[in-house]
Design a binder for this molecule. Structure first.
Ligand code: C2E
Ligand code: CA
Ligand code: CA
Ligand code: CA
Length: 275
């Protein structure tokens, strides 16, 4: 922090400025970033231990001209509050659909799917269904190839409305995954009413699965629940072979995490998968 010039603005160093100043500055920089299209997408493979890579999660990054790559954890909350998540989310979806089209032309990766995170503000927007279906049509996305990751809190805001929106998008071939599963106020009653394809076990449970008996029990329960509801189950944040082996031994063969690969820029992903 000392070497940098006095007039360097540092949003991410709370000692230097008040939270309010940081927030205001970040908001105005985010607006500029939307105009300048400074957002880029990184890709993390999703692996099936039997079949290999079958999907990719799209994760947004802010390519800041001075600060370099900014993590979504730093800017998504403010983008949510200010509504800037709408143009940012559109850009991510657009990039994902373009990428799907390119993959669909590759002989060995023609059936790769892509997962895109959707935040509450986006999903709540009355134009959401139209925006997504327009993109799916424009890029001729095949059924089941685009998966939207939604969270429990977002769906519980208004279950009726959520189910209606999801069904409209399902009619366009879009699939749904319930992200960060187990971290919110899960209600088993609503779970069976949601048109989901997949449950995603949150990485907080995976992290200590080998040392914490409660986390192990929670993971076993989520896998059993997914299986009995006919849903695919994937675990995120798998970093070690031992964690993966636990999952496989308990009936979950799909995972993503640093063990297989970190999120990668498209060029690196292409090298990894040998496109
Ligand atoms: P998430 O959806 O739970 O995404 C998984 C996060 O875990 C990613 O962080 C990923 O890089 C990280 N991760 C993957 N494997 C491992 C691992 O083995 N160990 C550990 N410790 N971490 C792992 P990232 O990319 O920083 O994204 C953070 C969050 O930001 C995401 O959490 C998601 O909620 C949000 N986000 C990312 N991209 C978007 C987007 O395009 N739109 C919206 N609305 N939210 C996004
Ligand atoms: Ca996710
Ligand atoms: Ca399907
Ligand atoms: Ca998560």
């Amino acid at each position: 922090a000392k070497a940098a010039g006095r007039n360097t603005i540092r949003f991410f160093n709370p000692q230097m400025e008040s939270m309010v100043t940081m927030r205001v500055a970040m908001e105005s920089e985010l607006r500029t970033a939307v105009d300048r299209k400074e957002f880029t997408v990184h890709y993390q493979p999703q692996v099936d231990t039997h079949k290999g890579v079958y999907g990719i999660e799209a994760l947004v990054r802010w390519q800041h001209p001075q600060r370099g790559l900014v993590s979504p954890a730093d800017f998504i909350p403010i983008a949510e509050e200010t509504g800037l998540i709408l143009p940012i989310g559109d850009a991510v979806l657009e990039t994902a659909c373009q990428q799907l089209r390119e993959w669909s032309e590759l002989p060995c990766y023609g059936d790769l799917s892509i997962s895109v995170n959707v935040s509450a503000h986006q999903f709540r927007n009355p134009a959401f269904v139209d925006r997504v279906s327009a993109l799916v049509n424009r890029h001729a996305v095949k059924p089941d190839r685009l998966k939207l990751e939604l969270t429990e809190s977002l769906l519980l805001e208004n279950v009726e409305e959520a189910v209606a929106k999801m069904n409209q998008l399902k009619a366009h071939g879009v699939d749904f995954s319930l992200d960060d599963f187990g971290t919110g106020y899960s209600s088993l009653a609503y779970l069976k009413r949601l048109p989901l394809e997949q449950l995603k076990i949150d990485r907080s449970f995976v992290h200590d699965v080998l040392t914490d008996a409660n986390d192990a029990a929670i993971i076993r329960t989520i896998i059993a629940l997914g299986n009995s509801l006919g849903l695919d189950v994937i675990a995120e944040g798998v970093e070690t072979e031992a964690q993966r082996d636990f999952l496989v031994a308990n009936g979950c063969s799909c995972y993503q995490g640093y063990l297989y690969s970190r999120p990668l820029a498209i060029e690196q992903l292409s090298m990894l998968l040998q496109f």
